[in-house]
Design a protein around this ligand. Sequence first.
Ligand SMILES: Nc1nc2c(ncn2[C@@H]2O[C@H](COP(=O)(O)OP(=O)(O)OP(=O)(O)O)[C@@H](O)[C@H]2O)c(=O)[nH]1
Ligand SMILES: [Mg+2]
Length: 535
Amino acid sequence: MSEEPSSGLRLKKKLKLAVGKSRSSKNFDRSTGDSVEKAVRKGKLRPAIDNVKRHRVYGGENSDTKDTSLTDVSKSKRKSLFRRRHDEEVSEMPSVLPSKTFNRSFKKQEYAVRSSKVLYEKRKSRGEKDHYVECLRKSYSKNTKDSIKTLNYTEKKVSKVFYEKRKSRGEKDHNVEYIRKTNTKNTKDSIKSLDSTEKKSWGVSPSDPAKKRDSKKRGENGDSELLIDQPKRRKLTILRNPYDLSNKRLDDGTITDENVRQEKSKTVQKDKMSKNAEFRAIQPSKSIISFVEENLLGRRRMIEIERAGYNTDLTSPLDNIPFSKSEERERIEENIFRNKLTFFAAAKVSSSFPPPDVPEIAFAGRSNVGKSSLLNALTRQWGVVRTSDKPGLTQTINFFNLGSKLSLVDLPGYGFAYAKEEVKDAWEELVKEYVSTRVGLRRVCLLVDTKWGMKPRDQELIDLMERSQTKYQVVLTKTDTVFPMDVARRAMQIEERLTRNKSIVQPLMMVSSKSGAGIRSLRSVLATIARFAKV
Ligand SMILES: Nc1nc2c(ncn2[C@@H]2O[C@H](COP(=O)(O)OP(=O)(O)OP(=O)(O)O)[C@@H](O)[C@H]2O)c(=O)[nH]1
Ligand SMILES: [Mg+2]
């Protein structure tokens, strides 16, 4: 026999393929060509159920095993096949397709409804009543009425029973009490509101839409008592007067006290700045600068004074001859100022002025400018004239004799002083009277603080002296408090200001009673008066 399969076998194979039992079928073992049942029986394959079970129990553990058995393949295939069939079923299913019988019955029903509707409308047009509809309506209304009635009845009955029970026990029904209270409160409120509206008449008319809305709301809630209008709460309004600073916020950029103050201080500062700038721009003359440097005027360092040969251990060291010994220190160049300074008269009024026997030199100026101190410095007799750091110490016109040929007069200061306004006014009047009327007054030394310069009251006195043709000389005091350049600037400023004045005596003097700078120069100027004075 030949090894080729016979024609009958080939046909059988073909038939098997046609009905789906080929070698690729799931029940066929490829390695041997046996069926699955046979392979299982031989022990080559595990039964499919076992495999499934293991997958269920050790799903996670067996997932990484490479052993993909035939049963696994068949399972996935089964799943995909099922999915395909299901999809096909879904796609083939009609959306809504009623059967023929259902369609027929539906059409019949529709026809019946339509015909009944037509009939009902025909009857209605004829004025006839549809008995069926009427019957339905009657029965419905009767039923509802009955049900409401029964409900009310049972409610009443139950509440009545409860109420009577409580009453018998002597208890109060809280609901009843609450309703009673609210009723009385509302009525009281409404009466009050009516009274207040009558009295105050807030201008809310009964046709006020807000009021209407309010009453409507209350009506919806079902509180018939609340329908009586409650007093409408008055809206508090704050009057925003633009000039009333009390209503203003501080940070709203509007005018407030604080803002006004700040603005004022700013303008004052601006003025100050401009004045300072103006002062710095002053160019002093060469003569003034040289005078300042020669007399070591202005704020100087001790080392500078020592280098110049002055003994800094002495009071007002610059009022000494440089490199001098103690005997020489006591010697003053101007003989007149070596005389003893003696107080002889004090006047509060013009009538008490002493007789003008000797020529007089008066020292005028604002309070605390250093008048009394200068008298002491000129005569080098410390403590004869009382001084104080408190403005207003000298309150009378004090007359001092410097020998028999000259009198020095210490005047009370004007401007700021620790004294009553009336008293200060009286001093000023006395000073004005003295400088304008005093016979024998040869010179008024008008003292001006170098730091602050001339003030309006100084100008007033100058004007007065100009009118009365009293000779006056401006003396800058306390020069040791400012820089030398500023001393020169101040001197220049005042000189420029008073150039047109006739009664002024030049040059302008600059001194410091503390350091002694410029004192000798002033002495020599004043000594000339005594020399040529004729009473
Ligand atoms: N640094 C300095 N201080 C001075 C100078 N002269 C006076 N003083 C001080 O200024 C203050 C006032 O001095 P007074 O001589 O009393 O001034 P006054 O002008 O007589 O004052 P009234 O009598 O109140 O008008 C005192 O504390 C003095 O020590 C000076 O040249 N330099
Ligand atoms: Mg004084």
